[in-house]
Design a protein around this ligand. Structure first.
Ligand code: GDP
Length: 294
């Protein structure tokens, strides 16, 4: 994960690791290399600049500390700031309600349906009793896909293939969950290939109808800066509560993971790194920062 970013950061620290003390000059050189590494990883320039300015201030502010070497000090500062950039501490999923409703939104192909299955599996392992809802009225295959996933994990799937009203399906599903004593409803909504007014209106209407505890925006981390722009468009309309980054197993550069929280000020709650249903992870900013720095 993020191999090229990790490598570039490592080489950014190379020089300062050999230095005996922190100086304005060696900090400036390191910071410049870090900024370049971030921009190459698809982090927006403004974010990268603000990030490295902070690193510089911190490093210069701590130059009197002689207990640690300049290299260790820089690595520690960067690690702390990377974790901060990605949200600081982990953000909990709110699955409390009668039932709790979790709305899943995102572009087509981002991994919504797969994530819905993973989340249901995860919640089931936490002793919740989930109901999956197929609210994609445009692609019959999406209903089948969710049914297959539900079958694999032993979670019931609510669908009405003849019903062309996604809001009605969502409402009925919540009522059905109460009847079936399910305490969490996961609604997989329809996506489009690009941000589109009809899709936004539909998801907003579902939101208004079922008043979800969580709206999770699912985004393909491989799409770099597009991921961040899409997040902004969805957040402007939906005011979502958390982000799910998918396909972290692919050759992703890391820009989405590093920039989304900054851009929309919503936490990344889960990451997905594979098609198998057990590859869902709660997102821990500190662990991710640690992984990036190796
Ligand atoms: P949706 O259109 O948003 O519902 O997306 P899908 O859940 O159908 O996923 C689109 C494609 O991406 C499918 O082929 C999935 O198997 C695949 N996919 C989903 N999540 C991941 C992931 O974390 N890693 C990888 N490698 N593939 C994924």
């Amino acid at each position: 994960m993020f191999e090229s970013l990790s490598e570039r950061l490592e080489s950014a620290f190379k020089q300062i690791k050999g230095e005996g003390r922190i100086t304005e000059l060696n900090v400036a050189a390191t910071v410049k290399d870090i900024r370049r590494a971030l921009v190459d990883a698809d982090v927006n320039y403004k974010i990268a600049k603000e990030f490295t300015d902070k690193i510089k201030d911190k490093a210069m502010g701590e130059k009197v500390l002689t207990a640690v070497s300049p290299g260790q000090l820089m690595v520690k500062i960067v690690k702390d700031e990377l974790a901060e950039l990605m949200g600081g501490t982990e953000a909990e999923l709110n699955a409390k309600g009668n039932p709790a409703v979790i709305l899943i939104a995102g572009l087509q192909g981002s991994g919504k349906t797969t994530f819905s299955g993973k989340l249901a599996n995860y919640l089931k392992s936490k002793k919740f009793s989930p109901l999956l809802v197929a609210a994609d009225i445009y692609r019959p295959a999406a209903i089948d896909q969710l049914k297959v996933l539900g079958g694999q994990i032993g979670v019931e799937v609510f669908s009405e293939p003849e019903n062309k009203d996604a809001v009605d399906i969502a409402r009925k599903a919540v009522a059905q969950a109460r009847t079936l004593n399910k305490n969490v409803v996961i609604i997989d909504t329809a996506g489009r290939l690009a941000v589109d007014e009809a899709m936004m209106t539909e998801v907003s209407n579902i939101k208004a109808a079922v008043n979800p505890q969580e709206i999770l925006f699912v985004v393909d981390s491989m799409t770099g800066q597009d991921a961040v722009n899409t997040a902004k468009a969805f957040n402007d309309r939906l005011d979502f509560s958390g982000v799910v980054l998918t396909k972290l197993d692919g050759d992703t550069r890391g820009g989405a993971a590093l920039s989304i929280k900054y851009t929309v000020n919503k936490p990344i709650k889960f990451i997905s790194s594979g098609e198998k249903l057990d590859t869902l992870d709660v997102f821990y900013p500190e662990r991710m920062a640690q992984r990036i720095l190796g």
